[in-house]
Design a protein around this ligand. Structure first.
Ligand SMILES: [Zn+2]
Length: 162
């Protein structure tokens, strides 16, 4: 799938990340490793326009909900788990950081529900890793990308390594 830079309407295929994008994507990859989900680990880091990290999140159960056998029961897990982007937004709320004008770095393309939350939180740019999103998520990813585009949020997939 091709990458898009929606702000200028140009298609960017395999554009390299700048230094800050690389730093925050690498941080998001690190944060994803903290997930206890046995099947998929996603990380999200949100940074402001001055490149200050405002919050981070990974996919997991809410605070106080034990990481027990429910992590291995798909039906239950999907009802309880909080996605990385939603967790990062919630962490910002918990810690009193406004996200208006901020950039979200996510290890996979957001789902439509998270795209909606990112839009509503005031995120203006979403950066993911080219080629990282699993094939079975692409339909959801395309819906999310269309939402972000319609809402005027820049979406970029960039190469992780130069
Ligand atoms: Zn999501």
């Amino acid at each position: 799938m091709q990458a898009h830079s929606i702000a200028d309407g140009q298609t960017r295929v395999g554009g390299m990340m700048n230094g800050w994008d690389r730093k925050f994507i690498e941080m998001a990859v690190l944060v994803s490793s903290w997930s206890k989900d046995p099947s998929t680990k996603v990380g999200c880091v949100i940074a402001d326009s001055d490149h200050a990290q405002l919050s981070e999140g990974f996919n997991g159960f809410p605070r106080g909900i034990a990481d027990d056998a429910r992590l291995h029961e798909r039906e239950v897990k999907y009802r309880l788990i909080v996605h990385a982007e939603a967790n990062a937004i919630a962490a910002a709320a918990r810690n009193g950081h406004g996200l208006k004008g901020a950039t979200a770095y996510v290890t996979f393309c957001p789902c439509p529900q998270c795209a909606a939350l990112l839009i509503q939180a005031g995120i203006v740019r979403v950066v993911t890793i080219a080629g990282a999103t699993p094939a079975h998520w692409m339909k959801e990813c395309e819906i999310a990308q269309a939402m972000l585009k319609e809402a005027g949020v820049e979406y970029e997939e960039a190469q992780r390594t130069s």
